[in-house]
Ligand binder design. Structure first.
Ligand code: NDP
Length: 490
């Protein structure tokens, strides 16, 4: 390999990398050893704030290819022709654990995809679960606090978690997924990804439909039992990262099929549940999956920090033809994600190579920490102006959403808004096999056994009540596993 000269960060070739400059052979060290200062000072600044959620993650680049014609729903340039391709970057993660935590923890898995399209970056920032614990972003900090550490003991706390969940019945559907073996996938390749929220698409005629996104793993869903996950935690905390890196290094490139579900406005008004409630799915029989494309991951970034740690995904990053919805949780995330990136990475986080669009960028935002893209040169930094010809193109205007008077009002009056039980029960009764049901009950019992303290009975009884409303047998099996009497038995 060709030899390279050691240099300072300013590029000056330097002669010494191990011994500090001293007065005489035994020291003391001279203040003028600027190479030493540079080395120590930069080291002190190596860490940027850890993500509050999704801190432990791994990423890969790949390709997305359009395989299904969905032009009647969307005018997005990416989907304009079957065969269109674009580069993607994906970051998988766990949610609650710190940056060094174990990959096989029971936790949802983040499944965030950045599509570098010709008309800007489209981020689909989802999870491996189609639903979520809460349906309003206002609850998010409270919920996440229960997943992190107790303020006094600095320990994770089952009591905190179940206290919150039992007081938030809307969590139940997600809990049934989390405590099934899907809560411990056998690595990132073997799980589905979901956009989870309801999004929208609009076509060339500006007609809007509501849309859900599903990435179906082509590797098949593979899960770990509680016991396997626990054992791997000790043996190889980086199990999922290792699996992905090794597979791609061995050219065994993982693939997912992207499918969409489509709901018209008329269907939304008649839907049994609020279609913008992220704790609910849209049944496949009513809203069949429509194939849109295939994603293949085939490249591990050359530098983890540069691309994975600095990756910044945001549900606010949509492209023309793909829109938002009134989903309250989504609306909160539209604000929270870019806000987190501005805090972690700075106002110019979209100039970092992994976040930089391939599409041309022209606007009048300027300056700020770490401006590294030329800052749009000598162009004017105000609008309107007589010089740069940048104009807002009205052709990109999207259709208005009929909300307050129609949709939102309707759902406020919908009694099924508080039905947190039907879909959770259906998952347990109709979708799971006998073995999956038994494992789910075992996993729930194991976690609920961790509840302690003066409120233990109250919390357990409250949670059993929710299980009962979803499925009577589920409540009885969990109560039996806990060795407690649940009065609703008779
Ligand atoms: P379907 O029978 O058409 O679909 C069931 C879905 O459940 C499949 O997508 C399957 O994924 C997935 N699944 C299987 N086991 C589990 C598990 N342990 N945890 C989470 N998901 C699992 O049913 P419906 O569409 O009528 O929905 C019935 C229930 O299935 C819902 O209440 C919901 O809990 C769950 N579900 C529904 C989804 C939807 O978008 N409709 C998506 C995921 C779950 P796969 O095909 O990859 O095996």
């Amino acid at each position: 390999m060709k030899k390279k000269k050691l240099t300072t960060a300013a590029g000056r070739p330097y002669f010494e990398n191990e011994d500090s400059m001293t007065a005489g052979p035994r020291g003391p060290v001279l203040l003028q050893d600027y190479y030493l200062h540079e080395k120590l000072a930069h080291f002190n600044r190596e860490r940027i704030p850890e993500r509050v959620v999704h801190a432990k993650g791994t990423g890969a680049f790949g390709t997305f290819t359009v395989t299904g014609d969905i032009t009647k729903y969307t005018r997005a340039r990416l989907f304009s022709k079957v065969g269109n391709k674009c580069r993607v970057f994906v970051r998988f993660s766990t949610v609650g654990g710190e940056k060094g935590s174990a990959d096989t923890e029971r936790d949802p898995r983040g499944f965030a995809v950045k599509f570098y399209t010709e008309e800007g970056n489209w981020d689909l920032v989802g999870n491996n679960t189609p639903v979520f614990f809460i349906k309003d972003a206002k609850k998010f900090p409270d919920f996440i606090h229960t997943q992190k550490r107790d303020p006094k003991t600095n320990l994770k706390s089952d009591t905190m978690q179940w206290d919150f969940w039992s007081l938030n019945p809307e969590s139940l559907h997600q809990l049934m997924t989390l405590f099934s073996d899907r809560g411990t996938p056998d690595g990132y390749r073997f799980m589905n990804g979901y956009g989870s929220h309801t999004f929208s698409m609009y076509n060339k005629k500006n007609e809007r439909v509501w849309v859900k996104f599903h990435f179906k793993t082509q590797q098949g869903n593979k899960t770990l039992t509680r016991q396997q996950a626990e054992e791997i935690k000790g043996k190889d905390p980086d199990y999922s990262q290792r699996d992905l890196v090794n597979a791609i290094a061995g050219k065994d490139y993982p693939k997912w099929t992207l499918k969409i579900q489509v709901m018209t406005d008329a269907q939304a008004k008649k839907f049994k549940w609020n279609p913008f409630d992220v704790t609910k799915v849209w049944p496949h029989k009513e809203f069949p999956l429509i194939e849109a494309g295939v994603m293949e991951l085939n490249e591990i970034p050359e530098n983890y920090f540069a691309d994975v740690e600095q990756a910044a995904f945001a549900p606010a990053h949509t492209v023309d033809g793909i829109g938002l919805s009134p989903d309250k949780m989504l609306q909160g995330r539209i604000f929270a994600y870019p806000d987190a990136h501005r805090y972690r990475l700075g106002a110019n986080y979209q100039q970092i190579p992994v976040n930089r669009p391939i599409a041309p960028v022209s606007h009048h935002q300027r300056d700020g920490h770490m401006t590294v893209d030329g800052n749009q040169g000598s162009g004017p930094n105000y609008f309107p102006n007589s010089f740069d010809n940048i104009e807002a193109d009205k052709n990109y205007r999207e259709a208005a959403m009929a909300l307050d008077s129609d949709v939102a009002d309707y759902f406020d009056r919908n009694k099924n808004d508080n039905d947190h039980y039907s879909q959770a029960g259906a998952l347990f009764r109709k979708v799971m096999t006998d073995q999956e049901r038994a494992n789910t009950v075992g996993n729930l019992v194991c976690a609920l056994k961790g509840v302690s303290g003066p409120k233990k009975k109250e919390i357990l009884m409250r949670q059993l009540e929710h299980f009962h409303k979803a499925d009577k047998e589920l409540a009885q099996l969990v109560a039996k596993g806990l060795g407690i009497k649940f009065p609703r038995a008779k």
